[in-house]
Design a protein around this ligand. Structure first.
Ligand code: GLY
Ligand code: MN
Ligand code: MN
Length: 477
């Protein structure tokens, strides 16, 4: 092949966002301070591997969240190394795929180390193919090595190999790191608090997902075709995600017709959406590495029946109570407890829980009778991963001891910048002892909320219709 320079614009990968790069540099500096405080060392942050789906067809590639958080780099076969001195000064090195004209014709353009260093602002860069020569040099005479424990298959074994290569130089007076630290613990705590850049992306992801839910509601509204199946609505969601600029769903979309809504991890299947029955959709897009997570439940055809509406209003009231309980200074479990009280009252009022079994709300909660109808938690952290990282117990606070000796961890105190979901539900599987009008009704309502300094929370997913009136209005059109 001749060596004529190629001038096509396809040879230039897209430049990263400047604000994101500034944030990544700040995050690396923050991590470096943490490592310096512990005596200095080297952090190794690999990205995710490419995964084969079947024969030579691979799954769509998704970078590792920790790696992206510190680098903004999305190419596979990459590793970030952060060398940190005791005084907090640090040097970042990206190892990535070298330029390869032949491979780039097949797989797409790559930055290559030099252009990546320049574009992303690393101190140095090298070829990932040199990793076994470079890593022992970077680990030489360092006190500690920090890496994400239990995340990357095979990393521990490779690290042992690099450490052995360092130890082989002992007679020349060099030593290998004597301590290993879990990088996840340090990064999880940082990732739990979203910065302005992250919130900007998460708000947009929430908007796109809200539009996707509106689109699915419209498709299942008054003008819905006779044959409307779960996968038809999944197609509407995917359309809205991509049209809005999101790269992918953040998790497998749930589109559950009727009784399928009572299966918590159901996925969009083939089932027919029967007019007059409920449909539960739990779906959210991933935009620029950040997830959204929304659940809405609506009647196919656009009108709630009496019993559907009755249960729906209970779940909605419980969700309102949970959102009201979500504020800085409250505990992570407070929204759950607020939701539970409303659900428990509703279960008594509808007769789903007999007063003979539990006479009042406290008894419903104490006996756990509600668990037959509500068996999951109300919240989880949300961020780059849909079930995002971050401790659920308050660091440094001792667990509470119960009389039977069980230890109950102190729930995390909510603070500004944390993002979590609020997602109560009720699931009534058909059973002889339950009023028939409620059989096979599954309802969940899920929003994404940001804890704010103002003493309340911002609902990021407000644009997804939620009240009975709003849902029926959207579905009329
Ligand atoms: N979609 C997963 C969840 O709601 O937690
Ligand atoms: Mn969800
Ligand atoms: Mn969720």
């Amino acid at each position: 092949m001749s060596a004529v320079p190629i001038l096509s614009s396809a040879t230039a990968p897209e430049a990263p966002d400047a604000q994101l790069l500034r944030q990544c540099a700040l995050r690396r500096a923050q991590l470096a301070r943490r490592i310096a405080d512990a005596g200095g060392g080297v952090a190794l942050v690999p990205t995710a591997p490419e995964r084969m789906r079947n024969r030579d067809a691979d799954y769509p590639y998704r970078h590792d969240s920790y790696f992206y958080y510190l680098s903004a780099f999305t190419e596979p076969h990459s590793l970030l190394v952060l060398e940190v001195e005791r005084d907090g000064s640090s040097r970042s090195t990206l190892l990535c795929r070298p330029k390869d004209a032949e491979r780039e014709i097949w797989d797409g353009v790559r930055f290559g180390p030099e252009a990546a260093r320049e574009a992303f602002g690393f101190d140095a860069a090298g070829s990932i193919e040199e990793i076994d020569a470079l890593l022992p040099r970077m680990l030489l005479d360092r006190g500690a090595v920090w890496w994400p424990f239990g995340v990357h298959e095979g990393l521990e074994t490779r690290l042992q190999g690099w450490l052995q290569a360092v130890r082989a130089q002992a007679r020349a007076g060099h030593h290998a790191p004597t301590a290993q630290q879990d990088l996840c613990a340090a990064l999880d705590e940082m990732r739990l608090f979203k910065d302005d850049y992250e919130l900007q992306v998460m708000r947009r992801a929430a908007e796109i997902s809200s539009e996707a839910h509106r689109r699915a509601m419209r498709a299942a509204g008054a003008a819905a075709p006779q044959e409307l199946r779960e996968y038809h609505l999944e197609a509407e969601l995917l359309h809205a995600f991509r049209r809005g600029g999101a790269q992918a769903p953040a998790y497998g979309s749930i589109v559950a017709a009727g009784a399928n809504a009572c299966i918590l991890h159901y996925r969009a299947g083939n089932a027919l959406l029967r007019r007059g029955s409920l449909c539960l959709i739990d779906a959210g897009c991933e935009l620029d590495g950040y997830a959204s997570d929304i659940t809405r439940t609506f009647p196919v055809g656009g009108r709630f029946s009496g019993p559907q509406r009755e249960l729906y209003e209970i779940v909605l009231d419980s969700q309102r109570a949970a959102i009201e309980a979500t504020r800085a200074g409250a505990r992570f479990t407070d929204p759950h407890e607020a939701a539970l009280r409303v659900l428990a009252q509703g279960l008594l009022d509808t007769g789903l829980i007999a007063r003979s079994a539990a006479p009042d709300v406290d008894a419903v909660l104490h006996t756990g009778a509600y668990r037959r109808f509500y068996m999951h938690r109300t919240s989880h952290w949300l961020g780059m991963d849909v079930h995002d990282c971050g401790e659920y117990s308050e660091p440094g606070e001792a667990p509470r001891m119960l009389p039977d000796g069980a230890r109950v961890p102190a729930a995390r105190v909510l603070r500004p910048g944390m993002v979590l979901t609020i997602e109560p539900g009720l699931y009534v599987r058909a059973a002889a002892d339950l009023p028939e009008a409620y059989h096979d009704i599954g309802i969940r309502i899920e929003d994404d909320v940001l804890v704010r300094a103002q003493g309340d929370c911002e609902v990021l997913t407000l644009q997804a219709p939620k009240t009975v009136a709003d849902i029926e209005r959207v579905m009329e059109g």
